[in-house]
Design a protein around this ligand. Sequence first.
Ligand SMILES: NC(=O)c1ccc[n+]([C@@H]2O[C@H](COP(=O)([O-])OP(=O)(O)OC[C@H]3O[C@@H](n4cnc5c(N)ncnc54)[C@H](O)[C@@H]3O)[C@@H](O)[C@H]2O)c1
Length: 407
Amino acid sequence: MPDSAPPTPSAVDTVRASLESRYSSATSLPTLSAMTSANGEENSMMATLRSLYLNPHTALAHTVQREDGTVTYAPGSRPYPPVRLLNPIEKKRVLVTGGAGFVGSHLVDRLMLMGHNVICIDNFFTGSKSNVAHWIGHPNFELIRHDVVDPILVEVDQIYHLACPASPVHYQSNPVKTLKTGFFGTYNMLGLAKRVKARFLLSSTSEIYGDPEEHPQKESYWGHVNCIGPRACYDEGKRVAETLAYSYQRQEGVDIRVARIFNTFGPRMNWNDGRVVSNFILQALKSENLSVYGDGQSTRSFQYVHDLVDGLLKLMNSDCDEPVNIGTQEEFTIDEFAQMVIDLVKKENGICESKVVYMDALQDDPQKRKPDTTKAKEWLDWEPQWKVIDGLRETVKYFKTQLEDEL
Ligand SMILES: NC(=O)c1ccc[n+]([C@@H]2O[C@H](COP(=O)([O-])OP(=O)(O)OC[C@H]3O[C@@H](n4cnc5c(N)ncnc54)[C@H](O)[C@@H]3O)[C@@H](O)[C@H]2O)c1
Protein backbone atom coordinates (compact mmCIF):
# COMPACT_ATOMS: atom_id res chain seq x y z
CA MET A 1 0.00 0.00 0.00
CA PRO A 2 1.45 3.43 -0.89
CA ASP A 3 2.51 5.62 2.05
CA SER A 4 -0.12 8.26 1.27
CA ALA A 5 -3.14 5.87 1.37
CA PRO A 6 -5.17 6.16 4.57
CA PRO A 7 -5.01 2.96 6.69
CA THR A 8 -8.13 0.81 6.45
CA PRO A 9 -9.72 0.51 9.92
CA SER A 10 -9.86 -3.05 11.18
CA ALA A 11 -13.18 -4.55 12.25
CA VAL A 12 -12.07 -4.18 15.91
CA ASP A 13 -11.31 -0.47 15.42
CA THR A 14 -14.72 0.07 13.85
CA VAL A 15 -16.52 -1.66 16.72
CA ARG A 16 -14.45 0.25 19.29
CA ALA A 17 -15.18 3.61 17.62
CA SER A 18 -18.89 2.87 17.53
CA LEU A 19 -18.84 1.87 21.22
CA GLU A 20 -16.88 4.98 22.20
CA SER A 21 -19.43 7.22 20.54
CA ARG A 22 -22.28 5.57 22.46
CA TYR A 23 -20.85 5.13 25.95
CA SER A 24 -19.08 7.10 28.67
CA SER A 25 -15.50 6.22 29.46
CA ALA A 26 -14.70 4.87 32.92
CA THR A 27 -11.26 6.46 32.88
CA SER A 28 -12.66 9.97 32.49
CA LEU A 29 -14.91 9.67 35.54
CA PRO A 30 -14.44 12.36 38.15
CA THR A 31 -13.85 11.42 41.74
CA LEU A 32 -15.94 13.26 44.28
CA SER A 33 -13.12 15.64 45.10
CA ALA A 34 -13.51 16.87 41.52
CA MET A 35 -17.29 16.73 41.79
CA THR A 36 -17.24 19.34 44.50
CA SER A 37 -15.46 21.84 42.26
CA ALA A 38 -17.31 24.72 40.68
CA ASN A 39 -18.35 22.64 37.69
CA GLY A 40 -22.06 22.27 36.87
CA GLU A 41 -22.19 18.60 35.92
CA GLU A 42 -19.94 17.55 38.73
CA ASN A 43 -21.98 19.37 41.35
CA SER A 44 -25.11 17.70 40.06
CA MET A 45 -23.43 14.32 40.79
CA MET A 46 -22.88 15.52 44.35
CA ALA A 47 -26.53 16.57 44.53
CA THR A 48 -27.58 13.07 43.41
CA LEU A 49 -25.42 11.44 46.05
CA ARG A 50 -26.73 13.79 48.72
CA SER A 51 -30.33 13.03 47.74
CA LEU A 52 -29.64 9.33 48.33
CA TYR A 53 -29.04 9.84 52.03
CA LEU A 54 -30.89 13.05 52.85
CA ASN A 55 -34.11 12.18 50.99
CA PRO A 56 -33.89 8.43 50.70
CA HIS A 57 -36.47 6.70 48.59
CA THR A 58 -37.00 3.01 48.34
CA ALA A 59 -38.41 0.71 45.73
CA LEU A 60 -41.33 0.21 48.12
CA ALA A 61 -42.60 3.72 48.63
CA HIS A 62 -46.05 3.06 50.05
CA THR A 63 -46.95 0.81 52.90
CA VAL A 64 -50.63 0.51 53.69
CA GLN A 65 -51.61 -1.25 56.87
CA ARG A 66 -55.17 -2.56 56.63
CA GLU A 67 -57.78 -3.26 59.25
CA ASP A 68 -57.70 -7.01 58.65
CA GLY A 69 -54.09 -7.06 59.92
CA THR A 70 -52.44 -7.33 56.50
CA VAL A 71 -50.03 -4.87 54.87
CA THR A 72 -49.91 -3.83 51.23
CA TYR A 73 -46.57 -2.79 49.79
CA ALA A 74 -46.83 -0.72 46.63
CA PRO A 75 -43.86 -0.08 44.36
CA GLY A 76 -42.42 3.44 44.48
CA SER A 77 -42.87 5.73 41.54
CA ARG A 78 -39.52 7.56 41.67
CA PRO A 79 -37.03 6.44 39.02
CA TYR A 80 -33.59 5.15 39.94
CA PRO A 81 -30.83 7.79 39.99
CA PRO A 82 -29.20 8.13 36.55
CA VAL A 83 -26.07 6.00 36.10
CA ARG A 84 -23.35 6.29 33.45
CA LEU A 85 -23.74 4.17 30.36
CA LEU A 86 -20.28 2.64 30.32
CA ASN A 87 -18.52 1.13 27.38
CA PRO A 88 -18.98 -2.65 28.02
CA ILE A 89 -15.18 -3.12 27.80
CA GLU A 90 -14.74 -0.77 30.79
CA LYS A 91 -17.80 -1.85 32.75
CA LYS A 92 -16.60 -3.93 35.69
CA ARG A 93 -18.31 -6.48 37.89
CA VAL A 94 -17.53 -5.21 41.37
CA LEU A 95 -18.17 -7.04 44.64
CA VAL A 96 -18.53 -4.96 47.83
CA THR A 97 -18.63 -7.06 51.00
CA GLY A 98 -20.23 -5.13 53.86
CA GLY A 99 -21.89 -3.00 51.17
CA ALA A 100 -25.00 -2.34 53.28
CA GLY A 101 -22.94 -0.72 56.05
CA PHE A 102 -21.96 2.90 56.55
CA VAL A 103 -18.86 3.14 54.30
CA GLY A 104 -19.93 0.27 52.03
CA SER A 105 -23.23 1.88 51.05
CA HIS A 106 -21.48 5.12 49.99
CA LEU A 107 -19.03 3.06 47.94
CA VAL A 108 -21.94 1.19 46.34
CA ASP A 109 -23.59 4.55 45.45
CA ARG A 110 -20.42 5.78 43.76
CA LEU A 111 -19.77 2.56 41.84
CA MET A 112 -23.38 2.49 40.67
CA LEU A 113 -23.29 6.12 39.50
CA MET A 114 -20.04 5.31 37.69
CA GLY A 115 -21.98 2.71 35.69
CA HIS A 116 -20.47 -0.55 36.97
CA ASN A 117 -22.27 -3.79 37.85
CA VAL A 118 -22.28 -3.98 41.63
CA ILE A 119 -22.85 -7.00 43.85
CA CYS A 120 -23.32 -6.24 47.52
CA ILE A 121 -22.83 -8.99 50.09
CA ASP A 122 -23.87 -8.40 53.69
CA ASN A 123 -25.15 -10.34 56.68
CA PHE A 124 -26.87 -7.16 58.04
CA PHE A 125 -25.18 -7.46 61.43
CA THR A 126 -24.52 -3.71 61.61
CA GLY A 127 -25.62 -2.73 58.10
CA SER A 128 -29.13 -2.40 56.84
CA LYS A 129 -31.08 -3.00 53.65
CA SER A 130 -32.39 0.55 53.84
CA ASN A 131 -28.85 1.88 53.15
CA VAL A 132 -28.96 0.42 49.63
CA ALA A 133 -32.75 0.17 49.15
CA HIS A 134 -32.64 2.85 46.45
CA TRP A 135 -30.77 0.40 44.17
CA ILE A 136 -32.80 -2.75 44.79
CA GLY A 137 -34.25 -3.95 41.48
CA HIS A 138 -31.82 -1.88 39.37
CA PRO A 139 -30.42 -3.95 36.47
CA ASN A 140 -26.80 -3.17 37.53
CA PHE A 141 -27.30 -4.11 41.19
CA GLU A 142 -27.55 -7.34 43.21
CA LEU A 143 -27.90 -7.68 46.97
CA ILE A 144 -26.96 -11.02 48.56
CA ARG A 145 -27.54 -11.84 52.21
CA HIS A 146 -24.44 -13.85 53.08
CA ASP A 147 -21.92 -14.17 55.91
CA VAL A 148 -18.34 -13.92 54.62
CA VAL A 149 -17.24 -16.42 57.26
CA ASP A 150 -18.64 -18.97 54.75
CA PRO A 151 -17.24 -19.28 51.22
CA ILE A 152 -19.16 -17.98 48.20
CA LEU A 153 -18.49 -18.09 44.46
CA VAL A 154 -19.34 -15.08 42.26
CA GLU A 155 -17.64 -14.05 39.03
CA VAL A 156 -16.25 -10.54 39.55
CA ASP A 157 -13.33 -8.34 38.44
CA GLN A 158 -12.77 -6.39 41.66
CA ILE A 159 -13.49 -7.10 45.34
CA TYR A 160 -13.74 -4.37 47.96
CA HIS A 161 -13.65 -6.33 51.21
CA LEU A 162 -15.31 -4.19 53.90
CA ALA A 163 -17.39 -6.74 55.80
CA CYS A 164 -16.52 -6.37 59.48
CA PRO A 165 -18.19 -4.47 62.32
CA ALA A 166 -16.19 -1.29 62.93
CA SER A 167 -17.53 0.22 66.15
CA PRO A 168 -16.21 -0.99 69.52
CA VAL A 169 -19.75 -1.60 70.84
CA HIS A 170 -20.50 -3.99 67.99
CA TYR A 171 -17.15 -5.74 67.56
CA GLN A 172 -16.79 -6.27 71.32
CA SER A 173 -20.30 -7.72 71.63
CA ASN A 174 -19.08 -10.97 70.05
CA PRO A 175 -15.26 -10.91 69.96
CA VAL A 176 -14.94 -14.50 68.70
CA LYS A 177 -17.21 -13.73 65.73
CA THR A 178 -15.20 -10.55 65.05
CA LEU A 179 -12.02 -12.63 64.89
CA LYS A 180 -13.72 -15.20 62.66
CA THR A 181 -14.82 -12.38 60.33
CA GLY A 182 -11.28 -10.93 60.36
CA PHE A 183 -9.63 -14.25 59.55
CA PHE A 184 -12.12 -16.53 57.75
CA GLY A 185 -13.95 -13.66 56.03
CA THR A 186 -10.71 -12.35 54.54
CA TYR A 187 -9.45 -15.86 53.78
CA ASN A 188 -12.65 -16.68 51.86
CA MET A 189 -12.60 -13.43 49.89
CA LEU A 190 -8.91 -13.84 49.04
CA GLY A 191 -9.63 -17.41 47.94
CA LEU A 192 -12.39 -16.04 45.71
CA ALA A 193 -10.03 -13.36 44.30
CA LYS A 194 -7.49 -16.06 43.50
CA ARG A 195 -10.08 -18.30 41.84
CA VAL A 196 -11.74 -15.65 39.64
CA LYS A 197 -8.54 -13.57 39.20
CA ALA A 198 -10.10 -10.45 40.71
CA ARG A 199 -8.21 -7.55 42.22
CA PHE A 200 -8.75 -7.49 46.00
CA LEU A 201 -8.87 -4.42 48.26
CA LEU A 202 -8.80 -4.90 52.03
CA SER A 203 -10.32 -2.20 54.22
CA SER A 204 -7.79 -2.28 57.03
CA THR A 205 -7.64 0.27 59.81
CA SER A 206 -5.51 2.69 61.79
CA GLU A 207 -6.29 0.37 64.75
CA ILE A 208 -3.48 -1.89 63.54
CA TYR A 209 -1.14 0.83 64.95
CA GLY A 210 -2.79 0.33 68.40
CA ASP A 211 -1.93 3.06 70.93
CA PRO A 212 0.89 4.48 68.80
CA GLU A 213 4.28 5.63 70.09
CA GLU A 214 4.92 7.34 66.75
CA HIS A 215 3.02 10.46 65.70
CA PRO A 216 1.76 10.95 63.04
CA GLN A 217 1.63 7.33 61.98
CA LYS A 218 3.44 6.28 58.80
CA GLU A 219 2.70 3.01 57.01
CA SER A 220 6.18 1.78 57.98
CA TYR A 221 5.24 1.85 61.71
CA TRP A 222 4.62 -1.68 63.05
CA GLY A 223 2.19 -0.66 65.77
CA HIS A 224 1.67 -1.00 69.52
CA VAL A 225 -1.30 -3.31 70.11
CA ASN A 226 -2.33 -5.04 73.33
CA CYS A 227 -3.07 -8.50 71.93
CA ILE A 228 -5.23 -9.56 74.90
CA GLY A 229 -7.19 -6.35 75.53
CA PRO A 230 -10.88 -5.76 74.72
CA ARG A 231 -10.06 -4.15 71.35
CA ALA A 232 -7.74 -6.96 70.29
CA CYS A 233 -10.45 -8.97 68.49
CA TYR A 234 -10.75 -6.13 65.97
CA ASP A 235 -7.14 -4.90 65.89
CA GLU A 236 -5.57 -8.35 65.65
CA GLY A 237 -8.32 -9.50 63.25
CA LYS A 238 -7.30 -6.69 60.88
CA ARG A 239 -3.58 -7.34 61.40
CA VAL A 240 -3.97 -10.99 60.47
CA ALA A 241 -6.19 -9.94 57.54
CA GLU A 242 -3.28 -7.85 56.21
CA THR A 243 -0.91 -10.78 56.76
CA LEU A 244 -3.29 -13.05 54.83
CA ALA A 245 -3.48 -10.55 51.96
CA TYR A 246 0.30 -10.32 51.61
CA SER A 247 0.67 -14.09 51.96
CA TYR A 248 -1.83 -14.61 49.11
CA GLN A 249 0.11 -12.06 47.08
CA ARG A 250 3.49 -13.76 47.67
CA GLN A 251 2.32 -17.36 47.42
CA GLU A 252 -0.55 -17.19 44.90
CA GLY A 253 0.09 -13.96 43.00
CA VAL A 254 -3.24 -12.39 44.04
CA ASP A 255 -3.40 -8.72 43.07
CA ILE A 256 -3.99 -6.91 46.39
CA ARG A 257 -4.52 -3.38 47.68
CA VAL A 258 -4.58 -2.44 51.38
CA ALA A 259 -6.25 0.73 52.69
CA ARG A 260 -5.49 1.68 56.30
CA ILE A 261 -8.56 3.72 57.09
CA PHE A 262 -8.55 6.35 59.86
CA ASN A 263 -11.67 7.51 61.74
CA THR A 264 -14.42 8.31 59.27
CA PHE A 265 -17.83 9.87 59.77
CA GLY A 266 -20.85 10.87 57.71
CA PRO A 267 -24.50 10.11 56.97
CA ARG A 268 -25.65 6.50 57.47
CA MET A 269 -23.44 5.96 60.51
CA ASN A 270 -25.32 3.86 63.01
CA TRP A 271 -26.53 6.21 65.70
CA ASN A 272 -26.45 3.60 68.44
CA ASP A 273 -22.93 2.31 67.97
CA GLY A 274 -21.15 4.49 70.51
CA ARG A 275 -18.75 6.12 68.02
CA VAL A 276 -17.67 9.63 69.03
CA VAL A 277 -19.20 11.56 66.12
CA SER A 278 -22.63 9.91 66.11
CA ASN A 279 -22.78 10.01 69.92
CA PHE A 280 -21.97 13.72 70.10
CA ILE A 281 -24.35 14.75 67.31
CA LEU A 282 -27.24 12.75 68.69
CA GLN A 283 -26.70 13.98 72.23
CA ALA A 284 -26.46 17.59 71.01
CA LEU A 285 -29.60 17.28 68.86
CA LYS A 286 -31.47 16.01 71.93
CA SER A 287 -29.87 18.75 74.10
CA GLU A 288 -28.36 16.01 76.30
CA ASN A 289 -24.87 16.33 77.76
CA LEU A 290 -22.01 15.07 75.59
CA SER A 291 -20.13 12.16 77.20
CA VAL A 292 -16.38 12.43 76.90
CA TYR A 293 -14.41 9.37 78.03
CA GLY A 294 -11.16 10.45 79.74
CA ASP A 295 -9.99 14.04 80.17
CA GLY A 296 -10.95 15.21 76.67
CA GLN A 297 -7.32 15.86 75.72
CA SER A 298 -6.77 12.78 73.55
CA THR A 299 -6.78 13.67 69.87
CA ARG A 300 -8.50 12.31 66.79
CA SER A 301 -8.60 13.19 63.12
CA PHE A 302 -11.98 12.57 61.50
CA GLN A 303 -12.36 12.32 57.74
CA TYR A 304 -15.60 12.73 55.84
CA VAL A 305 -16.89 9.62 54.13
CA HIS A 306 -16.82 11.04 50.56
CA ASP A 307 -13.07 11.60 50.87
CA LEU A 308 -12.59 8.02 52.03
CA VAL A 309 -14.57 6.65 49.08
CA ASP A 310 -12.42 8.77 46.71
CA GLY A 311 -9.34 7.21 48.30
CA LEU A 312 -10.66 3.64 48.03
CA LEU A 313 -11.56 4.09 44.36
CA LYS A 314 -8.18 5.63 43.57
CA LEU A 315 -6.29 2.94 45.44
CA MET A 316 -8.19 0.09 43.78
CA ASN A 317 -7.45 1.53 40.34
CA SER A 318 -3.79 2.34 41.06
CA ASP A 319 -0.60 0.26 40.84
CA CYS A 320 0.11 0.70 44.54
CA ASP A 321 0.19 -2.70 46.29
CA GLU A 322 1.64 -1.43 49.58
CA PRO A 323 -0.55 -0.41 52.53
CA VAL A 324 -1.76 3.20 52.24
CA ASN A 325 -3.12 5.42 55.03
CA ILE A 326 -6.41 7.12 54.13
CA GLY A 327 -7.36 9.79 56.62
CA THR A 328 -7.23 13.47 57.35
CA GLN A 329 -4.50 15.44 59.07
CA GLU A 330 -6.99 17.89 60.60
CA GLU A 331 -6.54 17.00 64.28
CA PHE A 332 -8.73 17.97 67.23
CA THR A 333 -8.80 17.18 70.92
CA ILE A 334 -12.04 15.44 71.87
CA ASP A 335 -12.93 18.56 73.90
CA GLU A 336 -12.53 20.80 70.85
CA PHE A 337 -14.55 18.42 68.76
CA ALA A 338 -17.39 18.27 71.31
CA GLN A 339 -17.54 22.07 71.40
CA MET A 340 -17.61 22.22 67.60
CA VAL A 341 -20.64 19.89 67.53
CA ILE A 342 -22.46 21.90 70.21
CA ASP A 343 -21.83 25.20 68.33
CA LEU A 344 -22.95 23.72 65.02
CA VAL A 345 -26.17 22.23 66.40
CA LYS A 346 -26.90 25.53 68.17
CA LYS A 347 -26.49 27.33 64.84
CA GLU A 348 -28.61 24.83 62.89
CA ASN A 349 -31.35 24.36 65.51
CA GLY A 350 -31.31 27.73 67.22
CA ILE A 351 -30.97 25.92 70.55
CA CYS A 352 -28.65 23.40 72.19
CA GLU A 353 -28.28 23.27 75.94
CA SER A 354 -25.73 20.46 76.01
CA LYS A 355 -22.55 20.61 78.05
CA VAL A 356 -19.55 18.28 78.15
CA VAL A 357 -19.44 15.67 80.95
CA TYR A 358 -16.40 13.52 81.66
CA MET A 359 -16.54 9.75 82.20
CA ASP A 360 -13.84 7.16 83.01
CA ALA A 361 -11.37 6.60 80.17
CA LEU A 362 -11.90 3.43 78.13
CA GLN A 363 -9.30 0.66 78.33
CA ASP A 364 -6.65 0.76 75.55
CA ASP A 365 -8.26 3.81 73.95
CA PRO A 366 -5.47 5.42 71.90
CA GLN A 367 -4.32 8.86 73.08
CA LYS A 368 -3.33 10.19 69.69
CA ARG A 369 -4.35 9.31 66.18
CA LYS A 370 -3.24 11.12 63.06
CA PRO A 371 -2.11 9.66 59.76
CA ASP A 372 0.90 10.55 57.72
CA THR A 373 -0.74 10.65 54.28
CA THR A 374 2.33 11.46 52.18
CA LYS A 375 2.06 8.11 50.41
CA ALA A 376 -1.59 8.63 49.43
CA LYS A 377 -0.69 12.06 48.07
CA GLU A 378 2.35 10.88 46.12
CA TRP A 379 1.06 7.54 44.84
CA LEU A 380 -2.65 8.20 44.43
CA ASP A 381 -2.74 11.97 44.07
CA TRP A 382 -5.29 11.84 46.90
CA GLU A 383 -5.91 14.44 49.57
CA PRO A 384 -9.03 15.07 51.64
CA GLN A 385 -11.22 17.76 50.10
CA TRP A 386 -13.80 18.14 52.86
CA LYS A 387 -13.22 20.26 55.94
CA VAL A 388 -14.44 18.54 59.10
CA ILE A 389 -16.93 21.33 59.74
CA ASP A 390 -18.54 20.89 56.27
CA GLY A 391 -18.85 17.15 56.73
CA LEU A 392 -20.29 17.70 60.21
CA ARG A 393 -22.93 20.07 58.85
CA GLU A 394 -24.01 17.41 56.36
CA THR A 395 -24.06 14.70 59.03
CA VAL A 396 -26.08 16.84 61.46
CA LYS A 397 -28.69 17.33 58.69
CA TYR A 398 -28.83 13.57 58.16
CA PHE A 399 -29.24 12.76 61.86
CA LYS A 400 -31.90 15.45 62.16
CA THR A 401 -34.00 13.81 59.43
CA GLN A 402 -33.46 10.42 61.06
CA LEU A 403 -34.64 11.76 64.41
CA GLU A 404 -37.68 13.40 62.82
CA ASP A 405 -38.57 10.11 61.09
CA GLU A 406 -38.36 8.36 64.48
CA LEU A 407 -40.89 10.73 66.06
N1 LIG B 1 -15.80 3.85 59.80
C1 LIG B 1 -14.55 3.96 60.21
O1 LIG B 1 -14.20 4.93 60.88
C2 LIG B 1 -13.53 2.89 59.84
C3 LIG B 1 -12.20 3.09 60.23
C4 LIG B 1 -11.28 2.12 59.92
C5 LIG B 1 -11.64 1.01 59.19
N2 LIG B 1 -12.93 0.84 58.82
C6 LIG B 1 -13.28 -0.38 58.09
O2 LIG B 1 -14.18 -0.10 57.03
C7 LIG B 1 -15.12 -1.18 56.90
C8 LIG B 1 -16.54 -0.63 56.95
O3 LIG B 1 -16.74 0.01 58.19
P1 LIG B 1 -18.09 0.78 58.54
O4 LIG B 1 -17.74 1.93 59.38
O5 LIG B 1 -18.87 0.96 57.32
O6 LIG B 1 -18.78 -0.29 59.48
P2 LIG B 1 -20.27 -0.88 59.44
O7 LIG B 1 -20.40 -1.69 60.68
O8 LIG B 1 -21.24 0.22 59.21
O9 LIG B 1 -20.24 -1.79 58.16
C9 LIG B 1 -19.78 -3.12 58.15
C10 LIG B 1 -20.70 -3.93 57.28
O10 LIG B 1 -20.23 -5.28 57.22
C11 LIG B 1 -21.33 -6.15 57.49
N3 LIG B 1 -20.77 -7.36 58.09
C12 LIG B 1 -20.19 -7.49 59.31
N4 LIG B 1 -19.78 -8.75 59.49
C13 LIG B 1 -20.10 -9.43 58.37
C14 LIG B 1 -19.96 -10.78 57.97
N5 LIG B 1 -19.39 -11.69 58.76
N6 LIG B 1 -20.44 -11.14 56.75
C15 LIG B 1 -21.05 -10.23 55.93
N7 LIG B 1 -21.22 -8.94 56.28
C16 LIG B 1 -20.75 -8.54 57.49
C17 LIG B 1 -22.24 -5.37 58.41
O11 LIG B 1 -23.57 -5.85 58.44
C18 LIG B 1 -22.13 -3.98 57.82
O12 LIG B 1 -23.05 -3.78 56.79
C19 LIG B 1 -14.83 -2.17 58.00
O13 LIG B 1 -14.01 -3.20 57.49
C20 LIG B 1 -14.02 -1.36 59.00
O14 LIG B 1 -13.13 -2.15 59.72
C21 LIG B 1 -13.90 1.77 59.13
